[in-house]
Design a protein around this ligand. Structure first.
Ligand SMILES: Cc1ncc(C[n+]2csc(CCOP(=O)(O)OP(=O)(O)O)c2C)c(N)n1
Length: 581
């Protein structure tokens, strides 16, 4: 007897996705995922966005997940489609983006199972094993009855604790099978464990903070990833302490806030690194204290200062930098606890310490770090680009331009800065901007900052921008080389520029852009910046590409002299260890 409540699994999945608040799905078609694509199309509630490489579907989902806190969604077919997702999945894993990846798999009957053969079904590939080390959960569905539980679990795992990606691999025949729709969803809100924080430790933290002469807060990506940003803003207003940021938290303190110091780390603002090296108290909020922030000399990073380290994952604390007071907690729980203790009272004023930091900033302006360079100064360009405050979100690729942007963009309240931190994946910025445009319902301009090399990894997505009329402004900082690795060769390989400057070149980006129907312009000289930016912003919601020519030998300075304390920075100090680029 037929059951009226029966639906196809594909429809059941779509129903769950809608329930969970998913509004967009990024995809590239393929046989094993077609049933789901067709169902999404017929259902019509979730917008389907076709991209031109699965990696970009994954980066777009990463971006939506980071911005909304609701898992981004990308789907792909088995074999090459699924494998192409992996770089983006890793990006979600390392940078704590909630995301769901659904991959189609060959029919259950075509799977090789335990047979000692490489493949049975066409494109049959064990994506689950490949994805496991870079997901919070990866699972191949074996039968219809598993679907409700696995999908609910997928969403729960993606957002709970430290957010991250989940992959669910579903055979074709299961997409087509039927399920009773009454099983639909366990839609209760996800309940997080309420953690108790050691009250004595919190009192001691506040006491140490009050006593400190030179306190600093280091804010990391974990604050936003845990959905604690609004609480954090309340907290820092009461604490009134200078704030430095990691790369991923560049947008966690507005440029014009009196407590905003800058970015620390390998390519941090010189004054910020010096300030941190002088601090007697450090409160680390949701930052891993990884090598790009502390450098290799973790002992001097700790020094004699008191460090309280708050993170949702205990293993991240006292991992590299030892001797920190550990506070293992969900950031929201931690901040609420502290706010309760402060009970609306401001902690103290640190006017003289802030003045000292401002003096350091005046002494070491970022735009004067690059002496005697030819042509456009990229740090200066970043100030000019951002002083208009017109971008809603910057998505920034990987390389020197990323560091110039992180050092010198003026990010004001509400503006976001997304980049590929832990994965450091070239090619991230353009697809991330596509995700960001949909998050903003195409109503606010997104600015891509990319290098000439990274842009060539995913250049084909200009077509997605054009087709969807996305308000994306693209800045290519063209130094006609792999600048960051060229700088690496300058330092460690005697200036032999094979693979970065030698044996490499770029197309005419202005013509490429126009070929996709996107207006474009190139500038070579500082005098052209103002006019070009006027043209770029002429219609804020129209896609535009600006190619900014920079001399190939321009370095990113300051740069931590690797192996030395964080205040020892190039070009004045030389490294004693080799870092990863
Ligand atoms: C997918 C990928 N491949 C290789 C690298 C190593 N890498 C880091 S930066 C860089 C050079 C980037 O050049 P470009 O995009 O032109 O930016 P620039 O450094 O010149 O600003 C390379 C090759 C990487 N991070 N990601």
């Amino acid at each position: 007897m037929s059951n009226n409540n029966e639906v196809k699994i594909s429809q059941y999945i779509v129903n769950i996705l809608k329930e969970k608040g998913v509004r967009y799905v990024f995809e590239l078609s393929g046989g094993m995922i077609m049933d789901l694509i067709d169902t999404l199309y017929v259902d019509g509630c979730i917008e389907i966005i076709n991209v031109h490489h699965e990696q970009n579907a994954a980066f777009a989902a990463d971006s939506i997940g980071r911005l909304s806190g609701i898992p981004g969604l990308a789907i792909a077919t088995s074999g090459p489609g699924a494998i192409n997702l992996l770089t983006g999945i890793g990006s979600c894993y390392f940078d704590s983006s909630p995301a769901i990846f659904i991959t189609g798999q060959v029919n259950t009957s075509e799977q090789k199972g335990s047979k000692k053969i490489r493949q049975l079904g066409f494109q049959e590939t064990d994506i689950v094993s490949m994805a496991k080390p870079i997901t919070k959960f990866a699972y191949q569905v074996k039968c219809v009855d598993e679907i409700p539980l696995i999908l609910n679990k997928a969403f729960e795992i993606a957002v709970n604790g430290r957010p991250g990606p989940v992959l669910v691999d579903i055979p074709m025949d299961i997409f087509r099978a039927k399920i009773n729709n009454n099983k639909l969803l366990n839609t209760q809100a996800i309940v997080r464990d309420v953690e108790e924080i050691d009250d004595v430790l919190i009192s001691k933290l506040l006491m140490d903070m009050r006593k400190a002469k030179k306190p600093i807060i280091l804010v990391g990506g974990g604050v936003r990833a845990c959905g604690a940003f609004d609480l954090y803003i309340k907290l820092v207003k009461l604490l009134n302490i200078p704030i430095v940021s990691s790369l991923l938290a560049r947008d966690c303190i507005p440029y014009d806030d009196q407590n905003s110091v800058g970015m620390i780390g390998t390519y941090g603002n010189r004054w910020a690194n010096i300030a941190l090296s002088e601090a007697d108290f450090l409160l680390v909020l949701g930052s891993r204290l990884d090598i790009r922030q502390t450098g290799a000399d973790t002992k001097s990073f700790k020094g004699n200062r008191i460090i309280y380290h708050v993170d949702v994952e205990s293993e991240e604390i006292n991992n590299r930098v030892l001797g920190c007071y550990p506070i293992v907690a969900d950031m929201k729980v931690f901040i609420r606890t502290i706010l309760n203790k402060l009970d609306g009272h401001e902690l103290q004023k640190n006017n003289s310490w802030i003045k000292t930091i401002r003096n350091l900033q005046d002494q070491w302006p970022d735009i004067l770090e690059l002496k005697n360079i030819k042509g456009i100064n990229p740090n200066y360009f970043m100030h000019k680009l951002s002083e208009t405050r017109k971008a809603s979100i910057y998505t920034v690729d990987v390389g020197q331009h990323q560091m110039w942007a992180a050092q010198s963009l003026e990010l004001y309240e509400g503006q976001r800065f997304l980049t590929s931190g832990g994965m450091g994946a070239m090619g991230f910025a353009l697809p991330a901007a596509i995700g960001a445009s949909f998050f903003k319902s195409k109503e606010a301009p997104i600015v891509v900052i990319a290098g000439d090399a990274g842009f060539q990894l995913n250049i084909q997505e200009l077509q997605t921008i054009k087709r969807n009329c996305l308000p994306i402004k693209i800045i290519i900082i063209n130094n006609n080389c792999h600048g960051m690795t060229r700088q690496f060769q300058e330092t460690y390989f005697g200036g032999r520029y094979q693979a970065t400057l030698w044996g490499y070149n770029t197309p005419d980006y202005v013509n490429v852009s126009r070929a996709y129907g996107i207006p474009a312009r190139r500038i070579n000289d500082t005098n052209e910046i103002e006019d070009a930016l006027k043209e770029l912003w002429h219609d804020p919601l129209q896609a535009y590409l600006l190619e900014v020519i920079v001399d190939p030998y321009t370095n990113v300075y300051p740069k931590m002299a690797f192996g030395k304390p964080i205040s020892h920075m190039e070009p004045f100090c030389k490294p004693i260890e080799m870092e990863g680029t």
